[in-house]
Write a protein that binds this ligand. Structure first.
Ligand code: ADP
Length: 404
């Protein structure tokens, strides 16, 4: 479902449950009926309040029906992790009876310990989200979003994303199969174009020029197919991480070495600044090298001739942070989160000029996240960008990394 629609329905549901809780706490209004009978002003006011309360109760019921209809589960949890209220859908999604949920602890409600983690996360930081699998024969996947309230309680919104995740898997498999099928013929065409280009010395200049263009374009296609295969391997977790102790400062030097010819051709100087002794991180050196290579390749590619690219490596309390700073065109604010999406290309005209598949940053993001790390970009349009990533010393959480 559209996230805006989910948010709107969740807000309605929250209001409904909140009112329901309020109504329950206030209890029946027998006294107000007595006063109404006495005919005093106060009694009339109380009668009006009772009427409003009835209308509110009906409204709560209506909204409850609506929320159940769209299939969103809503739960209110207290700060001691006890369920205060829950709608029918929440109970159905968790394979429980609705009447049995209030009063239970979050740990009792789901066997998947991630629910407790999400709730604790929201209570501590204000908001948290994650996915759970319910242990039934259908094993549905639930997306849970939690938000802390000023009262100290938290709202949880549960959404069944089983079908969405299945479709995403099919899409990945489809791209994977297609890329596999394309790789062999494309590599052959690319090699033939390369051979033709070598033999093009005696051909008329226009023909030689066309052969050179075929060589360049098939080279791009081969690169795109290879990157797609890489990405789907990392995304699906089928590419096992080969863990060892990695020295990111040495990796930065090695990556600079790998790109030295490319940088020389662009007239760009690369500098590595390592801040003291950098602790080793547990990770896959080759993959982390690939992530850094993608960031550095972009930094050089987007830099003007004569510019400098600086790679900084430093250690924080639990992690090593690597940043790559360039003085290129920068990235507009609106594009800063999108650059990490697969196939995202910024300025089409510029990208065509410098080349690229729109996959490099997506690959880098997946590699860093598979290591339990994070990746980001700071940029000032017109004066440059700094891409950074951080990986924890301890390396990936092995339980959370399929194939690792
Ligand atoms: P590509 O292979 O097209 O470079 P990426 O995923 O690496 O794909 O980058 C996606 C987009 O992000 C690029 O098309 C570009 O618009 C923008 N981008 C990436 N790095 C930089 C950078 N250092 N400076 C400016 N723009 C960048």
């Amino acid at each position: 479902m559209d996230p805006a629609a989910v948010a709107a329905v969740a807000a309605l549901a929250a209001a409904a449950l909140l009112l329901a809780v309020g109504l329950q706490r206030r209890g029946p209004s027998g006294l107000s009926a007595e006063r109404a009978r006495a005919g005093t002003d106060a009694a009339q006011a109380t009668a009006r309040a009772a009427e409003a309360e009835e209308r509110a109760a009906a409204w709560v019921q209506d909204v409850g029906v609506l929320v159940d209809l769209v299939g969103i589960g809503v739960i209110r949890v207290s700060d001691d992790l006890t369920v205060i209220s829950a709608n029918e859908t929440a109970a159905r999604l968790l394979a429980r009876r609705a009447a049995g949920l209030p009063g239970r602890s979050v740990m009792e409600v789901s066997t998947d310990h991630r629910l407790e983690e999400i709730v604790r996360g929201a209570l501590q930081t204000g908001a948290a989200a994650g996915e759970l699998t319910i242990r039934t024969t259908e094993a549905p996947t639930l997306l849970v979003r939690a938000r802390r309230l000023s009262s100290g309680d938290a709202w949880l919104v549960l959404e069944d994303v089983t079908e969405l995740r299945r479709l995403q898997r099919i899409r990945t498999e489809f791209i994977d199969n297609l890329a596999h099928e394309l790789r062999t013929p494309l590599t052959t065409v690319s090699l033939l174009a390369e051979t033709l280009a070598l033999e093009a010395g005696n051909l008329p200049p226009r023909t030689a020029d066309r052969i050179a263009k075929i060589e360049v374009e098939t080279g791009h296609l081969v690169q795109m197919v290879n990157e797609l295969l890489d990405l789907s391997k990392i995304e699906s977790g089928s590419a096992a991480l080969l863990l060892s102790d990695v020295d990111l400062a040495r990796l930065a030097d090695a990556t600079v070495e790998r790109l030295s010819l490319f940088a020389e051709r662009h007239g760009v100087r690369m500098v590595v600044e390592a801040d003291g002794a950098i602790p080793l991180v547990r990770g896959d050196g080759e993959r982390l090298g690939q992530a850094l290579l993608n960031l550095l390749h972009n930094a050089v590619k987007f830099s003007p001739a004569g510019a400098e690219v600086v790679i900084r490596v430093r250690a924080d309390e639990h992690e090593v942070v690597v940043t790559v700073q360039d003085h290129g065109p920068g990235i507009p604010r609106s594009a800063r989160t999108r650059v990490f999406e697969r196939f995202y290309k910024g300025d089409r005209a510029r990208t065509r000029e410098v080349g690229g598949t729109g996959l490099g940053l997506s690959i880098a993001r997946h590699i860093v996240e598979a290591h339990g790390g994070r990746i980001w970009v700071d940029s000032e349009e017109g004066s440059g960008s700094t891409f950074g990533f951080a990986v924890p010393f301890a390396g990936p959480d092995l339980a959370a990394t399929p194939g690792a």
